[in-house]
Design a protein around this ligand. Structure first.
Ligand SMILES: [Zn+2]
Length: 202
């Protein structure tokens, strides 16, 4: 796993260099006389603030960024790079008193067991993880019924998504279905997968 904290602070070249290995799972280094290829299959987790000062959208403190600064901060992460992030989640601040009153969440052990079961399902069905599915294998194992397929096509048209975004959403939907123990990818799983790409749309 590669975790980039404050990822807009990384150099543009370094960030853009992630695009190829994120897609192919390989990194190719080319020099004048040699070309070497290395395995680079990793899971990318990245975190960023809502803006450069960190307070945009906060309930109690005011953001000091101008509209131009805000736009510049978000522009550091290019569209093609963001396109490769499957789960984009906005996290809002939790007030201190609310934090103390939150009910205890599910234990990590319970979540880990659910994930392990979902991975076992994937291997049993298709011999690999959903993240590795592409082309005909993706079509076969994340098949949609006719009504869901036409709903998906209309949504893609309206949102103007790339083929890559569509395929990535299908893989996420397949995983949501596997976590629920469902054999088929239903519209609800697909809609949930799609909304993980819409977090930053506002
Ligand atoms: Zn700000």
């Amino acid at each position: 796993m590669l975790f980039l904290d404050e990822w807009p602070e990384f150099g543009r070249d370094a960030l853009e260099a992630l695009r190829e290995p994120l897609e192919s799972g390989r990194v190719v280094v080319t020099r004048a006389r040699a070309r070497a290829e290395f395995p680079a299959r990793f899971q990318l987790v990245a975190a960023m603030n809502p803006c450069a000062c960190g307070w945009h959208g906060h309930a109690l403190r005011a953001c000091r960024c101008s509209a131009a600064q805000l736009a510049r901060y978000h522009a550091r992460i290019s569209g093609p790079l963001l396109d490769r992030i499957d789960l984009q989640v906005d996290l809002s601040d939790v007030a201190a008193d609310a934090l103390l009153q939150l009910p205890r969440g599910e234990s990590s052990a319970a979540v880990a067991a659910r994930v392990a079961a979902a991975r076992t399902r994937q291997h049993a069905r298709q011999g690999t993880l959903n993240a590795r599915l592409s082309g005909a294998a993706l079509d076969a194992h994340a098949a949609l019924d006719a009504a869901t397929a036409s709903w998906f096509a209309a949504a893609l048209e309206r949102l103007g998504w790339s083929a890559r975004a569509a395929h990535r959403s299908l893989r996420v939907a397949r995983s949501i279905a596997d976590l629920a123990g469902d054999d088929t990818v239903e519209r609800a799983a697909l809609a949930e997968a799609m909304q993980y790409r819409l977090a930053d749309a506002d």
